[in-house]
Write a protein that binds this ligand. Structure first.
Ligand code: PLP
Length: 421
């Protein structure tokens, strides 16, 4: 397999032992190298992180916490977890860090478990306005087990309506107020949310899954000084391994740790914990701070260029790594746009816009993000090209034209190689 020195000698072994799965690894690498990754929650983690994920740390059971494990032989993995915790606390200026959650959703289960009981009232961002499944979807544990009251954005400017949030908080007396979303392109006023939480005696929970990398890179304000608890994923802008993490004030440390283990997880994935430690070290470098600023600058250009192509950026643009684009002017819905872009090698997702007249399965919008392309080294000029490629893909259902665009995508991505030898 000389075309994939990136995977190293173990790949040769895998190819002999299990050619079916070896082929998937190769094809997925090729897919990531030759198509445009605009999914706002995706990124290319470093080879150092991939090395940790593919290591023998995966074999180790380590239920409990460093120095207090339920199994023997944890002396080596303890070192990795202590380093990860120390780096998280130092990078974010947090009083406490739990690095064990398997994912963002797992971290959120732990937050509910630490601060609420089933049936309690929680205020969270409405899903059609950008909230996450774990913020009260009817098909998620959060919507089934809790009394979720949703707040949303104002119709005029598509920004969070803090007056509505305050009114709902006073009326419903929630145990906890969640801020954070999966498709909100603007910044959140954490100071204002803190004031509302204090007024009604609610726990302030920030689900920072999407934007925590921008905080790590000091490109946007941090929720950590304000929030009781901040949960997030480590694989989005943060660019680490797939996983979750929780930061909190010292007074909540015990509740959080107990909620994660034994509350809802068994053994932590120690290979991922080591990967989180590596990513946190990378995030503390000046190069990562430049990256975080570039991610935002690129996304602004991408949103503006899509507007120049006749589409509309929700809330007037973006202040982060993602933009939500209302494509009703194109007369194509989100579902069809997503499919056409996919055929052209442009990977993005359909997304509901606030007050969307279409169903969630169809939608009137697309969501685009700049974390992965920025990691590749693309800049404003490439963002302009990408906007034009998207506009052309959305506008045609001609397979030949879509294939031609795919060729242009391939030429573009070839200039910004990832995981090359
Ligand atoms: C991505 C995301 C999650 C879930 O993370 P997973 O790792 O997919 O479980 C939770 N909350 C928000 C706001 C997210 O964007």
């Amino acid at each position: 397999m000389s075309q994939t020195p990136f995977y190293g000698p173990d790949f040769e072994l895998l190819s002999q032992q299990d050619p079916d799965i070896a082929k998937v690894l190769l094809s997925e690498l090729k897919r990531q190298q030759t198509t445009l990754q605009l999914i706002a929650s995706e990124n290319f983690t470093s080879r150092a992180v991939l090395a940790a994920l593919g290591s023998t740390l995966s074999n180790k059971y380590a239920e409990g916490y460093p120095g207090k494990r339920y199994y023997g032989g944890c002396e080596e993995v303890d070192v990795a977890e202590v380093i990860a915790i120390d780096r998280a606390k130092s990078l974010f200026g947090a009083e406490h860090a739990n690095v064990q959650p398997h994912s963002g959703a797992s971290a959120n289960v732990a937050v509910y478990a630490a601060f609420t009981k089933p049936g309690d009232t929680v205020l969270a961002m409405s899903l059609p306005h950008g909230g996450h499944l774990t913020h009260g979807s009817k098909v998620n544990f959060s919507g089934k087990w809790f009394n979720i009251v949703s707040y949303g954005v104002r119709q005029e400017d598509e920004l969070i309506d803090y007056d509505e949030l305050r009114d709902l908080a006073i009326k419903n007396k929630p145990k906890m107020i969640c801020s954070g979303a999966t498709a909100y392109p603007s910044l959140i006023d954490f100071k204002k949310v803190r004031e509302i939480c204090d007024e009604v005696g609610a726990i302030m929970w920030v689900d920072a899954a999407h934007f925590i990398g921008l905080v790590a890179g000091k490109a946007i304000p941090s929720p950590v000084p304000y929030a009781d608890v901040v949960s997030f994923t480590t694989h989005k802008v943060l660019r680490g391994p797939r996983g979750g993490m929780i930061l909190s004030k010292a007074e909540h440390a015990q509740a959080i740790d107990k909620a994660v283990f034994p509350g809802m997880q068994g053994g932590p994935i120690m290979s991922a914990v080591a990967g989180k430690a590596i990513a946190l070290k990378e995030c503390a470098e000046p190069a990562y701070q430049r990256y975080a600023k570039d991610v935002i600058a690129n996304c602004k250009v991408l949103a503006k260029s899509l507007e120049d192509e006749g589409m509309r950026a929700v809330s007037g643009g973006t202040e982060t790594h993602l933009a939500l684009i209302d494509i009703r002017n194109t007369k194509v819905n989100g579902k069809v746009a997503d499919e056409r872009c996919g055929l052209a090698g442009i990977v993005l997702n359909k997304n509901a816009i606030p007050f969307d007249p279409e169903s969630p399965a169809v939608t009137s919008g697309i969501r685009v993000g700049s974390p992965a392309t920025t990691t590749q080294g693309m800049g404003p000029n490439e963002m302009k090209s990408i906007a034009s490629l998207i506009a052309r893909a959305i506008a045609t259902d001609d397979q030949k034209k879509l294939s031609a665009i795919r060729g242009e995508v391939q030429a573009l991505t070839a200039r910004f190689p990832i995981y090359s030898a």
